[in-house]
Design a protein around this ligand. Sequence first.
Ligand SMILES: [Zn+2]
Length: 244
Amino acid sequence: MIEGAIAKGLQYVALTDHYDLDMLSFPQVPQIDLPRHFEELAILKEQYRDKIQVGIGIECGWAKDVQDDYARNLAPYEIDMTINSVHLIDGKDCYAEGYYDELSLQKCYDDYLDSVIASLDAPYHYDSIGHLGYIMRKAPYPDPIMQYGIFGDKLDLILRTIIDKGVSLEVNTHTKSLPIRCLPTIEILTRYRELGGELLTFGSDAHQPTRLADKYNETVQRLQSLGYRYIFKYLSHEPIAHKI
Ligand SMILES: [Zn+2]
C-alpha cells in the first residue's frame, strides 16, 4: 500500500486497518493482530520517511458492548489517526445475506443513524467518522440514497456533534455500485458546511493499492465548490490542514 501510494505521488497515506471486535461471530472477517500492526507500521513509517509520510492508523468498528475494550486495547499505542465507523447495526452485519429482508428503508436507515449517534460517544480517542451513509452501500431499495429531507433531524444531530467534538467527517470514495461518487452524499456535505463544519478527511477505503486515492481530484473539486478550503491529515491525533 505504501509503495502504491508513492507510485501515485501521494505525500501522506494513513493505513487504517479494520479493528472489529464486534465481528467475532463473523469468521470471514479475520481479527487484526494489534501489537504487530502497530509495530510494523512504526517500522514502515520510519523506513519510508524520506519518500512519504505514513500515518499509523486504525478503523474501529464501533459497538456498544466492545467500546471499552477498544479504549483499553488501543491506549498503549502511538496512533496518528483513528477512524470510528459503524459496520454492524444491533449486532447484525448489513453486508450479510438477508440483512435487509423485511426491513423498510425508513427503519433500516433510522437504525443505522441511531447507531452512528451512539458511536459518537465512544470512550476512545477517535479523529474521523468513517463513511457516513455506509448502510446505503448494499441496500437493495430502488432508490437507496439517504435523503436529507427524510433523515435531516438525525443527520443534523450527527453533524452538529461532530462539529462540537472537533472531529472530522470522512469523505469516502468507496461507493460500490451506488449512483453517487462519495459518502456522505453531497447533500449532507453541503449541510455540514452550512452548519460550520470544516474538518474533513479524504478516505479512498482502498483495501488494495489500485484504489488508493480513488476519485481524489474530482472529490477535491467538488469540496471546493461547496466552500471547503482544506482537507486534513492526522499526525498524533492532531488535524493538519492541507489547502485544496
Ligand atoms: Zn469501514
